[in-house]
Design a protein around this ligand. Structure first.
Ligand SMILES: *[C@@H]1O[C@H](CO)[C@@H](O)[C@H](O)[C@H]1NC(C)=O
Ligand SMILES: *[C@@H]1O[C@H](CO)[C@@H](O)[C@H](O)[C@H]1NC(C)=O
Ligand SMILES: *[C@@H]1O[C@H](CO)[C@@H](O)[C@H](O)[C@H]1NC(C)=O
Ligand SMILES: *[C@@H]1O[C@H](CO)[C@@H](O)[C@H](O)[C@H]1NC(C)=O
Ligand SMILES: *[C@@H]1O[C@H](CO)[C@@H](O)[C@H](O)[C@H]1NC(C)=O
Ligand SMILES: *[C@@H]1O[C@H](CO)[C@@H](O)[C@H](O)[C@H]1NC(C)=O
Ligand SMILES: *[C@@H]1O[C@H](CO)[C@@H](O)[C@H](O)[C@H]1NC(C)=O
Ligand SMILES: *[C@@H]1O[C@H](CO)[C@@H](O)[C@H](O)[C@H]1NC(C)=O
Length: 472
């Protein structure tokens, strides 16, 4: 046992040593030609751009596999910060028996021994004498082939990107055709479509078809990049030499919970703007499940057995589930009451929950399939929920007005003597205590509401109900 342990530590140590020396004292080349072939990871060499802004070479991953990549060289040396901008084989890293060669027919080939060529897009054979060269812009070129035409997750200044697509390394997200952010294969768009992005410049402008996006540090000549990060957000970074770090100067999505699959099934995502971070929580009755990926997934503590007899519904305020990529569908139809919607859901094997819209339309939205992309948003931009929950539920759901009436006027309500007037007062009060100031009526409007000269609309507040097993 102890022997094994020692062996493991030694192995780890030698690997670490290897990876470090790889980046510490590499042999520097300015071009890679037929006569330099093959280039193997063990050669410990890097190809530099003329002014050393960028480097290209085999970059070791923590797993001891390699990608052939381009990264900021000067920044990595000075600030000890490794930022990769392009990779030939992100999705199929190679081991240290791999090699990059220029074949006798003048093609570039990256492969494991006997494996297929992993170089993106077959390079057209070039006249002999042509080399692999890294330009100062970060464009890795081989004859007419340039890495700028095959972006991975990053776009550099002056790279023409129209019609290209960025992808995250984890394969979850894409900036498709540079005009929309999608989850997986275009199944769900969570940002855009916008005017297609054309390029980024050194001073902070992103040019689009017919418009531009300006960064918060616009005008400063800085090192910049536009990256589709692993979390699915597209961010424009500029390098702050004082901080020695990248700063976000523009981003596509503000509330990270709006990015699809930020949390997994049966979880609710909430966003904390002050920390610019998200947190995932399981619905009541569900627990976090260990998953092989780092996704946050929840499962029922008790499986639903017989819906109609042992299940009940839980209501969730300010929560909506919006996913459609997993086969979950939303079925809308009008019903007369909340309980009709409930009965319909109970009667259907595939119904996992329903939403009832209190907007006068009495729309019942049934959700079949997994509840995904749960979003908690009391301050929702899309205005759907206006009322403090407790009072709202009393008045409009349970019609239990008695509980919230001042005892001094309660008798007049009970006796129905001033039923309409009390109703009007309550409805008006509801509009006056809204969370959002802009939704509250003006004093003039309030007077009219009380007089009964204007119609008082019913508030909107969709609430989601989902099936839950009783835990006896
Ligand atoms: C390629 O690099 C070698 C040595 O680094 C240099 O002597 C040679 O001039 C370079 N060739 C070209 C075409 O830049
Ligand atoms: C490299 O740096 C020098 C001096 O700063 C500059 O004159 C030259 O234009 C740069 N070359 C490239 C290709 O950017
Ligand atoms: C590298 O991978 C190839 C197959 O992809 C395998 O045949 C070879 O043994 C591996 N070499 C090492 C040193 O792990
Ligand atoms: C990148 O290099 C390729 C190949 O030399 C070239 O065709 C392309 O125009 C370059 N792109 C930019 C933006 O310089
Ligand atoms: C650099 O910025 C990243 C986030 O952009 C942050 O996680 C990291 O801590 C920063 N590093 C330093 C040294 O400030
Ligand atoms: C469900 O309850 C109804 C009446 O409440 C009863 O007739 C029926 O047998 C019950 N079904 C099951 C599966 O327990
Ligand atoms: C149950 O829901 C499915 C959709 O999941 C729908 O097609 C079907 O008509 C529903 N069945 C009943 C009895 O409501
Ligand atoms: C939801 O309903 C649709 C249409 O009836 C069906 O194709 C789909 O498989 C259902 N999803 C689940 C998870 O039951």
């Amino acid at each position: 046992m102890s022997f094994l342990l020692i062996f493991f530590l030694l192995q780890l140590f030698s690997n670490l040593h290897l990876s470090k020396s790889q980046l510490q004292n590499p042999q520097i080349i300015s071009n890679f030609s037929v006569s330099d072939s093959p280039w193997t990871p063990d050669k410990n060499q890097i190809l530099l751009s003329p002014n050393s802004t960028f480097a290209a070479g085999f970059l070791p991953l923590p797993s001891n596999l390699y990608t052939f990549s381009v990264w900021y060289y000067a920044i990595s040396k000075k600030f000890n910060l490794e930022t990769v901008v392009w990779s030939a084989n992100d999705n199929s890293p190679v081991n240290n028996s791999a090699s990059l060669i220029i074949t006798s027919s003048g093609e570039l080939s990256l492969s494991n021994p006997g494996g297929r060529n992993l170089w993106p897009a077959k390079t057209p054979p070039v006249r002999s004498g042509r080399d692999l060269v890294l330009l100062e812009s970060g464009n890795l070129t081989f004859g007419d082939w340039g890495s700028f035409a095959h972006p991975t997750n990053t776009i550099l200044p002056n790279q023409i990107i129209k019609g290209t697509t960025l992808s995250t390394r984890n394969g979850k997200y894409q900036f498709l055709d540079t005009n929309k952010l999608v989850y997986k294969d275009a199944a769900d768009t969570y940002w855009g479509p916008v005017n297609a992005f054309l390029n980024l410049d050194d001073q902070g402008t992103i040019s689009q078809e017919g418009s531009t996006i300006i960064s918060s540090d616009f005008g400063d000549l800085k090192t910049r990049r536009l990256t589709l990060d692993e979390d699915g957000n597209l961010r424009h970074y500029s390098f702050d030499t004082d901080l020695g770090n990248w700063t976000v100067v523009w981003k596509a999505v503000g509330n990270l919970c709006r990015i699809k699959a930020t949390c997994g099934a049966y979880a609710i995502c909430s966003y904390e703007p002050s920390k610019t971070s998200t947190s995932c929580k399981c619905l009541p009755g569900f627990r976090e499940m260990k998953s092989s990926s780092d996704d946050f997934v929840c499962q029922r503590k008790t499986p639903i057995r017989n819906s109609a007899n042992t299940s009940k519904f839980m209501s969730l305020d300010y929560v909506s589930f919006t996913a459609s990529y997993s086969g979950t569908q939303h079925f809308d139809f009008p019903v007369s009451t909340l309980s009709e919607c409930q009965v319909r859901c109970l009667g259907n094997q595939t119904c996992e929950g329903f939403q009832f819209k209190y907007d006068g339309s009495n729309t019942c939205v049934m959700l079949n399939g997994t509840l995904e992309d749960g979003l908690w948003s009391p301050e929702s931009e899309s205005t759907d929920w206006y009322f403090p929950c407790w009072a709202f539920d009393q008045v409009f759901k349970e019609t239990n007005i008695d509980d919230i009436l001042d005892p001094r006027i309660k008798h007049s309500y009970d006796s129905r003597a001033h039923f309409d007037m009390v109703n009007r007062m309550l409805m008006t009060a509801m509009w006056c205590i809204q969370d959002r100031a802009e939704n509250r009526p003006t004093m003039g409007k309030v007077a009219k509401m009380l007089e009964g000269t204007v119609e008082i609309g019913l508030p909107k507040k969709p609430t989601l109900y989902y099936a839950e097993q009783d835990e006896e």
